[in-house]
Design a protein around this ligand. Structure first.
Ligand SMILES: N[C@@H](CCC(=O)N[C@@H](CS)C(=O)NCC(=O)O)C(=O)O
Length: 217
């Protein structure tokens, strides 16, 4: 099976697939596109004009959560629980993580401090529920790496960059989330899931956006 990932270097959703591929040790190739000037072949191939795409022997898959479930069904080890109820919960937290990534993007791009604070507050209100759902760690399912870890790690990585630039206290009072984030950010598959110079590219992109938070990057 040949796997070709279509990527944008700063995309957290692409990063989820790279993490899953690296955790599973599956060979793949990557082609990068510029989302500000997407090539015609990409627009023809991507139903929503979004990355990631995964071409599997030439067949196009889209949507990061779907791509990762496909990878999980076709390459060991399994990264979703066997029991239907626990599997459904894991999928729900993956969807939750997508929402957090969306809020984080808003935090990075909104124009005013008030709009930023609104996103920060909403995000923390939601995160309290995830904190309460976590077990002993260090990962979502204990020692076993799961697709929930792959789905949320890009959010933790960007949060760390944001906190380093300007302390936000996003995880204050949420020790399990804080420890989980540290474990994920230190993990080889996560560290290797972004291109070289990711931090500098990330800062430069969101400085250019001229959102309120950009002044700190
Ligand atoms: N729900 C999608 C979201 C993917 C997504 O939003 N990708 C962004 C880049 S991080 C994108 O391609 N945006 C281009 C656009 O919206 O035009 C997934 O999980 O794959």
């Amino acid at each position: 099976m040949t796997l070709e990932l279509v990527s944008f270097p700063l995309c957290p959703f692409v990063q989820r697939a790279v993490i899953a591929l690296r955790e599973k040790g599956v060979p793949f190739t990557v082609s990068y596109i510029d989302l500000d000037a997407p090539p015609e072949w990409f627009l023809e191939m991507s139903p929503l004009g979004k990355v990631p795409l995964l071409q599997v022997d030439g067949t196009v898959l889209f949507e990061s959560a779907v791509i990762n479930e496909f990878l999980d069904e076709t390459h060991p080890p399994r990264m979703l629980p066997e029991a239907a109820l626990q599997r459904a919960r894991a999928r729900a937290w993956i969807e939750f993580a997508s929402g957090q990534i969306g809020r984080q993007y808003m935090m990075l791009t909104v124009a005013t401090e008030a709009a930023f604070d609104e996103q920060r507050r909403a995000s923390r209100r939601e995160l309290v529920h995830l904190e309460a759902a976590l077990g002993a760690g260090p990962l979502y399912a204990g020692e076993h790496f799961s697709l929930v870890d792959a789905a949320i790690a890009p959010w933790f990585m960007r949060l760390q960059l944001m906190e380093d630039a300007h302390a936000l206290g996003m995880l204050d009072g949420m020790p399990k989330l804080a420890a989980w984030g540290q474990a994920l950010c230190a993990r080889e598959s996560v560290r290797q899931s972004v291109p070289e110079h990711f931090d500098a590219q990330f800062r430069a992109r969101f400085r250019r956006h001229e959102g309120w938070f950009g002044q700190f990057l």
